[in-house]
Structures are given as C-alpha cells and as structure tokens.
Design a protein around this ligand. Sequence first.
Ligand code: NIG
Ligand code: FE
Length: 445
Amino acid sequence: MQELAFLGIHPLNAVSSTEENAMHADLFIHNIGQLVTLSGPPGPRRGAAMRELGIIESGAIAIRDARIAAAGPQSELARSVEAAAYLDAGGRAVIPGFVDPHTHLPWAGHRAAEFEMRIGGATYMEIMAAGGGIVRTVSDTRAASLEHLVQETATRAERMLRYGTTTAEAKTGYGLNLPDELKQLEAIAVLQKRGPLDLAPTFLGAHAAPAEYRGRTDAYVDLVVEEMLPAAWAKWEALRYAFPQGWPIFCDVFCEDGAFDLAQSRRILEAAKRLGFRLKIHVDEFAPLGGTPLAVELGAASADHIVTTPADHITRLAGSATIGVALPGTPFGLAHRDYSPGRALIDGGGALALATDLNPGTSWCENMQLMLALACRYMKLLPAEALVAATINAAYAIGLGHLVGSLEPGKQADLVILDAEDYRMLPYRYGTNLVHQVVKRGCLM
Ligand code: NIG
Ligand code: FE
C-alpha cells in the first residue's frame, strides 16, 4: 500500500472551499468522466433494474474514515468539500470495486498436468473419478502448513486486488477432514486480518468425499454433520475477532453426481442452517440434480453455477430471494459450450451475480473483468447487467450488500479508476487489465 503523501497528489485550487459548512474529507477524487455509482434502493437488482447504473457524468467522490461521504456531480461537490488530499481521475471512468462472490481461494499446489489431460480428451469428471481433481488438491493442501497456505493464497489475493476485486468470498473444501478444513478457515481469517482484500468465509467441508471415504459418502456426510459443522462453527466464533462486526459465514455443498446427491446436500445444509450458517449451493454444474429448488426452499443466499438448470427451475429461482451466481470462467476453463442461462434469469425478473470460481481445477482466474467479457458474449448480458452482477448483486450474494458494491454515502470506499473513459470497455476489451487505480477503504493500492 502506498502512502498518499508519496503520490504527488496536489490540491486542486478550483475545489478548495472556504464555506463554513464545508464537508471535510480525507480524500477527494475529482475529474471523473463517468462515475458509475450503482446507487439505488437497498437489495439486489432484479430484472430490468439490472440495467440501471446511476451514472453521473463529470463526477466526484469525497471519502472520509474509509467510507464514501459523498458521490455526485463535481460542480456540486467541489463547492462543499474541503479535503486533506486530492486525486485527479483524469476524465476516466470510476466503478465500485468488483465483488467476487464465489472463490475457492485457499489452496496449495496446482493441477497443470490435469489441464493437459483435458486438452487430450479426458473429462473433468473422469479425472475426478480416477482419484485426481479435487482430492489431488486436497493432498497438497493437507501437506501445507498454515504459513505456507497463507503465503500461496496471499499471492492470489494480491492479484485479485490488482485486477480490481476489493471484496471476495473464500471457501474451504480442500481439507476434507476436521484439522485441515479448520486450517483453511484460519488461513482466510489471517488474510482478512492482514487485508486489504475483504473476505467472506464459507465452509465447504462437503466439496467431495475424501479418498479415505471413497465409496462411503454417507459416512462422510455423518462426519460433516455430526463433527465438522459444529467444530467449524466453534472455530468461526473464535476467529470472529478478525472480521468486522456482523460479518456472515456461509456453508456450501457441491451438489453433483460424484460429489453429494440431493438428500445428502439437504442434510448438510439443514444442519448448517440450524447452527447459524447462511447457505450457498453448487448446483447444476454438470448434472441437474434438483439443487436449485433446494436452494430456494432453504432460503439460500445464492445458487451457484446454474449451467444445466432446467427452465422451470430458473423460473423458480427468478421468483425467489436467492441470487443466481454464474461462473463463466468455469465453462471457459473446461472448454465447454454451455454457459448459465443468465439472460433467462434476468428476463424472468431474477437477480444474477457473476464470480470467477477461482480454483485450481476448473477456473484459475483472479480477473473479474474477464468474467464480464465472457458473460456478455456467452450469456448475452448487456455490459450494464454484467457490471451490476459483478458488484452490487455479488455483494448481496455474500451478505455484504449494505457495505460494499456501490458508491453511496456510508458504504466502504472501495472503487476502481478504470484505464478507460467508459465502463463498457470492460467487457468489450479483454485479456488485459483495465485498472488504472484501486482504492480500498479509502487507501490507494
Ligand atoms: O466450482 N465444483 C466444485 N468445485 C470447483 C472445482 C474445484 C476443483 O476442481 O478443484 C468448481 O468448479
Ligand atoms: Fe466452485
């Protein structure tokens, strides 16, 4: 993190205010050509509202105590704000920092050899059935010390931040036994404490049955329900000091052929809900097992993947409070043809969010900008819908919509100055980093 004093930021004479009732700010960002506030009523954007961006041409933002104090037309704010430091955005566009609501962030090692096998024709599920896939990363993650796991994970978190992500969800799921699941949870807490990226933790002890439970998935579900979930909750109580007050924790299940069936998923999620976890489910990534209606029934915060989801299940999701999370990096990473029916979900009045699914198997990508590019092309989202999905709706998908995801007074000052004058450049251009400057909790990164 750089200190403002070393950045050559100079006061802009035109904005210095002498009014007695001046608003005092720590930082005033001015000369914003296109300020995408995403301001609006509280709650995720649904249907046509996903195209409303609250854009202010020639805008400015005042930041105080790491929060947005004001965001509005420069002509108005310049008269009333007195700031300690000024930053000229040079006519560029400014958007809220990306929120990545689905990542498997803490893992050790890589699976480049499996990628090569897939190019040769092996499928993801064949590799998993043959003892590769998730359980391979489980071996590497179990073997890593907490310090090593934190170190590998931190390099990914730093890369996410450089690409404009300021808040992310982070799942366990590569321990698959009690000590190593708790180690992953601890790694997330260490990184949250260290900052600057904000992390919302998710317990995914039911990511797969580990090798020692091969063919005994029900016995592993017993272990998850009877021992791991209560212990994960107790660990969360002990780690809460590392997170801001009121921060949520989620429980997720990989509801999929070869992982956990619908009844097993229900058992785990109902037990988690009783303990106080909020819920998420990996549904319909490969096979439609009925996980989407289960997510709706249990009031899950999100149903994630939704690729092979039947049309009537999309309709039910659209009519519910559960947010659909599409992960276009996954079909891209697997070279699959089918992407989530995001267009249908939005047209049905639903709320859609976008995420990277950052993981070593299907989608090792820290870059939310690429998710916008894929979503527009393969899910037929408009650039505005993709941006809403990657910010405010993503924030609500991890229970943090009141805090991040838009540039409104009171929210955390997490934003990105783009290396572009128009937000539509984000999905239009791809394969390059269009971030000019990330601001996290009011600090220049
Ligand atoms: O979301 N689907 C389950 N989990 C990941 C893949 C994890 C892995 O292959 O390591 C996913 O695609
Ligand atoms: Fe995932």
